[in-house]
Design a protein. Structure first.
Length: 255
């Protein structure tokens, strides 16, 4: 598998959010990857958009839940069952990405074996206020006590040791439990020195990419994000560069 990455994106309604996020991923991701979207019983508009992306080759695998909402933990576990990569990611459907984000994240995880979980951006408000997380500077990344669970990347060996995610009905408990189990094992949680994404649907007003701050050289980045459009692909309909789309299964399970 090498550095091949499997990206598990969680979807629940808000078609405009996932359209924007997938546009950003397509524009800013050239690293070889598999995109798995787990939809947890969305409305027709959102599922229609996802089917459109699947047919056009933007999405590698689409897992649908046509019944009641099952929750984050179950959706993450379903997605990881389909993952073929050595680098795994759980991503929310309201993220904008910086050009080269995946190459940078993969490089950090492969270079530093003690990184158990890697986030993509610093959050500047409780409960994961970056300056309050006792960051330790490791040169190209920070070691932290915690980070927002909107984006979590880890190696396959970490998932095999500490997965699957728990299934609970408490806000954020699933990712917190996973990160703390990883941390107690002797690995540590990390954030990149320069942020690689922004969580526009949840923490935009508190992101160090939007709110310019003077903290250890943090600065506002310019993004290569296409303007919102009715469709996910450009006029020529090119598939996402770097995307392996030979696996396009739709269903409750991936076998």
């Amino acid at each position: 598998m090498g550095d091949f990455a499997s990206l598990v994106v969680l979807s629940y309604n808000r078609a405009d959010y996932i359209r924007r996020s997938l546009q950003s991923m397509r524009a800013n991701t050239s690293h070889d990857h598999q995109l798995i979207v787990c939809d947890d019983g969305s409305d027709e508009a959102t599922q229609g958009l996802l089917f459109w992306g699947l047919r056009r080759g933007l999405i590698s695998t689409l897992l649908l839940n046509s019944g009641h909402n099952m929750g984050i933990g179950i959706q993450v576990n379903r997605g990881m069952e389909c993952a073929r990569g050595n680098i795994l990611a759980k991503l929310d459907a309201d993220l904008d990405y910086k050009p080269g984000w995946l190459e940078t994240a993969v490089g950090l995880l492969q270079t530093h074996e003690r990184i158990g979980c890697l986030g993509l951006f610093k959050y500047l408000h409780p409960p994961c206020n970056f300056p309050d997380e006792h960051p330790i500077d490791h040169g190209d990344h920070y070691e932290v006590d915690d980070f927002v669970g909107s984006a979590i990347l880890f190696r396959r060996d970490v998932w095999e040791l500490f997965g699957p995610w728990i299934d609970v009905n408490r806000c954020f408990a699933e990712d917190v439990d996973f990160k703390q189990r990883v941390r107690r094992s002797g690995h540590y949680l990390a954030l990149p020195k320069d942020d690689l994404a922004v969580n526009f649907g949840f923490g935009e007003q508190h992101s160090s990419l939007i709110k310019t701050i003077d903290w250890s050289g943090a600065r506002q980045h310019e993004y290569n994000i296409p303007d919102p459009a009715p469709l996910l692909l450009g006029q020529k309909g090119e598939p996402c560069q770097g995307l392996r789309s030979e696996e396009r299964r739709v269903g409750k399970e991936c076998r």
